[in-house]
Structures are given as structure tokens and as C-alpha cells.
Design a protein around this ligand. Structure first.
Ligand SMILES: [Cu+2]
Length: 131
């Protein structure tokens, strides 16, 4: 009984060690992370009354996007209605991530959708998605 338990433990331990050794050998160190990270395009920008630091964002259709936005003053919104993507950039100084994959080519507006002052309506830009 006791010998069986020890044998089972030894097998499990061996299997765990074998898997740990085999994975990096087959894929290279960190292969999973590199593959996942390299597919995403990260765009960093700031927003303040009444402009986004990037007025035009050019990307490619089908490539996953992460737009990282930081407010320099008051709470703002960020919305790309054509892709149903939006976020509230509520805390000045904190990075907010908006993730989506543009699945159609063309030119699409993005805008602030939280009232932030008298020129709020002018706080907008264009997302250009190339085929
Ligand atoms: Cu606004």
C-alpha cells in the first residue's frame, strides 16, 4: 500500500518534471508570451480638454488593438461607435485600456462621450483601418 503511494507520487513528480523540461525545449523560452504579445498593436495616447494627442490612428484590419489612454486633466470618454468599443478615462493619470479588433476597413470616427466642457463636441479623431 505504502509502496504504491510512493510509486504514484514518483510518477507524478517525474511527469511534472518531464513536462516542464519539454515545453521550453519545443517552443523556445517564453514562446507563448511572444506569440500573444506580438499580434496585438498597442497605441498609447493622452487626452485633455479638448484634444486627443493622436487625432488620426492608422491600423490594419484584423489586427487586435489595445489603445492605452491617460487623461491629463478631467474625466473623458473614448468611444469608437462603429466597433462598439468604449471606455471611461475617469482617473487623471491612470492608464485605461480599450481592446478591440477592427474587422472592417475604412475611416471611422472616435470621440469623447463624457461631457468635459464647452468644446467637448470637438474632442474627436479618426481611426483609419487599412485592408
Ligand atoms: Cu468630452
Amino acid at each position: 500500500m505504502r509502496t504504491d503511494a510512493i510509486a504514484a507520487w514518483t510518477r507524478r513528480r517525474w511527469l511534472k518534471a518531464a513536462l516542464a523540461a519539454a515545453a521550453p525545449a519545443a517552443l523556445g523560452p517564453g514562446a507563448y508570451h511572444v506569440a500573444a504579445a506580438s499580434r496585438e498593436v498597442v497605441i498609447k495616447m493622452t487626452v485633455k480638454r479638448f484634444e486627443f494627442s493622436k487625432k488620426v490612428i492608422v491600423v490594419k484590419k484584423g489586427v487586435p488593438l489595445v489603445i492605452e489612454i491617460t487623461s491629463l486633466d478631467v474625466p473623458h470618454g473614448f468611444a469608437v461607435p462603429d466597433f462598439h468599443a468604449r471606455a471611461e478615462i475617469v482617473m487623471p493619470g491612470k492608464v485605461t485600456q480599450v481592446r478591440f479588433t477592427p474587422d472592417k476597413a475604412g475611416e471611422f470616427p472616435f470621440l469623447c462621450d463624457i461631457f468635459c466642457g464647452d468644446k467637448h463636441e470637438e474632442l474627436e479623431g479618426r481611426l483609419i483601418v487599412g485592408a
